[in-house]
Design a protein around this ligand. Sequence first.
Ligand code: SAM
Length: 531
Amino acid sequence: MPVAPGPALCYEFLAMPSYAITTFGCQMNVHDSERMHEVLRRAGYAEVPAAEADIIVLNTCSVREKAEQKLLSEVGRLAKQKRARRELIVVVAGCVAQQEGERLLKQARSIDLVIGPDNIAELPRLLDELVLGSPPLVRTVFDTDAPRFLTALEVVGASPTAFVTIMKGCDERCSFCIVPHTRGPERYRPSGEIIAEIAALTAASVREVTLLGQTVNSYRDPTRALSPAPGHAGGHPQTPGASTDDPDESEFAALLRRIAAEVPALARLRYTSPHPRHLTPSLILAHAEVPVLARHVHMPVQSGSDRVLKRMIRRYSRAEYVERVGALVRTVPGVTLSTDIIVGFPGETEEDFAATLSLVEEVGFKGLFGFKYSERPYTPARKLGDDVPEDVKSERLARLFALSEALLGEHLARLAGTTAQVLVEGLDKGDGLLWSGRTERNEIVHIAGAADRQLAGEVVEVSIVRHNKHSLQGELTAAARAATTPRAPLHKTGPVASHSETPGRRSLPVLAGGLAGGLAGGIAGGLARGA
Ligand code: SAM
């Protein structure tokens, strides 16, 4: 069959191909974008500003409709550019790519390649095909039989924090959620690979790692190399109260213990996003016994109404959620909790929403991401109809945020006069005179009076002087100041553009069996608000 001519691409383009990536969505997408950066750089592509790029990759999110609309308006904008520059290649990657596949090509003729999250390693080969005249391509195949996790080869910027993927896909069937459709079934990464990546990151001076997964705490080691947690015989759940439908009861906790034991240089360990169903007794025990685990857990609850939780197919009741996080709070003194909440789920009444507000107060969340329900294709909740009016959703979201801010404000106010261990992430945006970091409990702390010290990546003791709306301000204690090293004088040439003082990328030590992959510095959702 004759092949239709591809986009007007020239071979000159092969000499110096350049690209830009725009990322929409969650940490998982940020992480996927970093892997694309590495794959492309290793294939000889150079990153440039989007306006100058030969290839534009839009890495998309489809959890809510708004993100999808943003993508389509960006594609429309690029279509205009493409009329002036026919050689421009437009790539749509990520969840919308996986969700829409071939349909995207019909919807927007300016798109040249649609590529799913499991096909990132094939990106250079597919671009080569396009350059050689292929018509637009679609590659959205899940790697279900042989799951592949691209390993980080670089640390982005000077960030002391990094994400490490431990599982992908989702086997939960929450009625509102498109993720099982866009990310496929759960697949887990061998624990040895995870440990090797974390060890390499810490050798490259990363101090804090956030383990990533759609339901990160349902992790199971496909190589069965994890020894069972204390109280567990042969890896089967033995902990009193452990749910019998959690065959993985000990596995995530065992992974955390193994990371702590085998990577002692790691200063902090976090994970996101867990599912409350897998907040098992063995995981709670690990939080009490593994010092490297940060005393903050982001545990999405979605609603405080049993009626809504049931319709969401969350598979826990409000009382079960409260019981499990209550056990965590009792076992781990000072632990802070944050959460995700959806307002305006189909059929949500004022009474249901009042139950959500009362749950937020009862648990005392120190931060939350709140979202207006967005009807998504392929989700069971579509059948329920999107019946809560937009203005009611907006009004409920505003009330939720007001309560959340009040709770956070009270919490932060109580911390004035205390000291905290802060992992410093970099210089604050703005005039660059404040260092910024986070406590174990995920409170953001700005450190004044230390612009002359080199603090990036250090865990320092800070006296908390006052609180702001969403953060704390403090000063180094005398002992911490004495223990730090001086820093080169500041050049006051304008605002500091990024948290990283020395932007760029540092290579990691070579990892056994690793292919290209990447890491994004950054913070797991915590005390920030959602949209
Ligand atoms: N692991 C998480 C959990 O336990 O549900 C899922 C993470 S999801 C990618 C991030 C958040 O987006 C969810 O927790 C939920 O609050 C929100 N979300 C997902 N689908 C949504 C929808 N259809 N409308 C509004 N918010 C949604």
